[in-house]
Write a protein that binds this ligand. Structure first.
Ligand code: MN
Length: 332
């Protein structure tokens, strides 16, 4: 979908509200590897619809990661459903439909109607009603607008879910996607009882012991080239085994790599069982890392992308770093 054919929210929000009011059985889904915005927007919307007395099923193919179990309503999230058919499916924060995961996809596809609610506006948007806004910093911001438009009250639990989405997708209001509206929404959510310190502690200061050791092991491999403009680090399979760490424990490590002064691109390589390497790329601006990831069958945004390479760790590092150096602009 091109930029100028993005549907106007003022048109699609009433359509979504109407479809929700007409449905009796609803299924909500978010993307695999769910983050705070995927879960916060999904659970927040479900809690907000409580007064309408609908039957709502919440699906996350990967469940709820440990760090998001504090969300009120997290216990309502299921990994799958045996239900035959729902009146309405609402997919949140997913970019494209397949990102709900193979186990959830058939449930969504069997629903009589589908609503796509997202701030990722891509060529792959989907659904009968598309509540899309690329200017929103998070899907939770859009859900907030929908809940208000439906005249539904926001309580502390709903505000907690939506505020979690706002702070995770903006890195606590630090990223380029932040707008005045982000702060308007955040202020309103605090007025409705969201506890910011409690939420931040759960989201940002809740690293497990294994994850913290993994951070140390990874950062000890920090390497730089091109006068420090490209920085990378890796986690080997050996580290994962020795520290009893899982892939979930490496969440956010790449931001430390890019956070090195003068680093224009930060890359984090992690060796997976079975001989492949997962790669997270972050850029400050000069290099479009989505294009680098695409060279290896991955994807993402200009400043945050990821891919997988089926090579030994050292070879994967050389391939990806060489690809970055090939497009690194000359210093002016
Ligand atoms: Mn999001």
């Amino acid at each position: 979908m091109s930029q100028d054919s993005i549907p106007d929210l003022s048109l699609t929000v009433p359509l979504a509200a109407e479809a929700i009011r007409q449905a009796n059985t609803l299924v909500f889904a978010c993307h695999v590897n769910p983050d705070g915005d995927a879960l916060g927007s999904m659970i927040g919307l479900a809690l907000a619809l409580t007064p309408l007395q609908k039957k709502i099923t919440l699906l996350s193919a990967d469940g709820v990661p440990e760090m998001y179990k504090f969300l009120p309503g997290a216990e309502l999230v299921q990994r799958g459903s045996d239900e035959a058919e729902f009146d309405l499916a609402i997919v949140l924060d997913s970019g494209d439909l397949s990102r709900v995961g193979a186990s959830v996809l058939p449930v969504v596809e069997r629903a009589r109607k589908t609503i796509d609610i997202d701030h990722h506006v891509t060529a792959n948007s989907f659904g009968d009603i598309r509540v899309l806004n690329s200017k929103a910093a998070s899907t939770s911001e859009i859900v907030y607008a929908l809940v208000l438009a439906m005249g539904l009250p926001i309580d502390k639990a709903i505000a907690t879910c939506l505020f979690t989405g706002v702070i995770t997708d903006t890195g606590s209001f630090r990223f380029q996607n932040v707008t005045p509206n982000t702060f308007h929404v955040a202020a309103s959510l605090l007025e409705h009882g969201a506890p910011p310190a409690y939420i931040s502690e759960n989201v940002f200061e809740n690293r497990s012991f294994a994850a913290t050791k993994m951070l140390g092991a990874t950062l000890s491999t920090l390497t730089s080239t091109a006068n420090g403009r490209v920085i990378w680090a890796h986690a080997s399979l050996e580290d994962f085994v020795a520290l009893g760490a899982t892939d979930e424990d490496t969440e956010g490590i790449v931001n430390y790599v890019r956070g090195v002064r003068d680093a224009e691109v930060g890359v984090f390589f992690r060796e997976m069982p079975g001989g492949s390497v997962r790669i997270s790329l972050r850029s400050r601006d000069t290099v479009n890392v989505a294009e680098i990831a695409a060279q290896f069958g991955g994807g993402g945004h200009k400043m945050a992308a990821g891919c997988s390479v089926a090579r030994p760790l050292a070879e994967a590092e050389k391939l990806v770093i060489d690809a970055i150096l090939a497009v690194l602009p000359a210093v002016s």
